[in-house]
Ligand binder design. Sequence first.
Ligand code: 3AM
Length: 185
Amino acid sequence: MRLFTALQPPGEVLDEVEQAIAPHVGRVPGLRWPDRATWHITLAFFGEVPEGALPDLETRLARAVRRHDVLDVAFTGFGGFSSAGRARVFWAGLSGDPMNRLVDSLRAAGRRAGAAHTDEKRFHPHLTLGRAKTEVDLRPLVESLSGFSGSVWRAEAVHLVRSHLGAQVRYESLAKWALSPVRRD
Ligand code: 3AM
């Protein structure tokens, strides 16, 4: 099964992003806009994982997530992969607490559980909002959204998600683990 780990931002902050992009949705040639129900922030991507490896993967991921604190982050700025001028992916970026240590731990858990295709590329936290089959120039779109700054929100849990590929990709959350709550005085 095709698996990855992800954060699920709260509805209120997704509302802010949705409102910001609304005037542009369907109006950028070549760009497809996945349904909001599919929005997520990918942390570690594992690719195809044999079903038999799932219990071990879940145990290791649960252990990894517990060792990291909740994260305070905000959506700030939009961009394109691999660049705004030549993009196949349109995204909203995140600022605030860095997620790299968490992602490193999740990737290590995946490797140890035998997930053969654990992604090792440099991690750029983002929410994918649009996809293109060929490279498109998103500089005007990115420029027109440059004033956007979303509310701060707290990422409190990590989801293990299964991708069901098809004409319309569908994501199924298989498990959810809480990040360690920060002690407040
Ligand atoms: O959340 P986004 O859209 O950034 O691009 C895929 C999606 O990320 C990514 O995993 C998420 C759920 O499918 N993905 C797909 N194949 C990938 C790969 N080979 C990949 N990430 C890294 N390596």
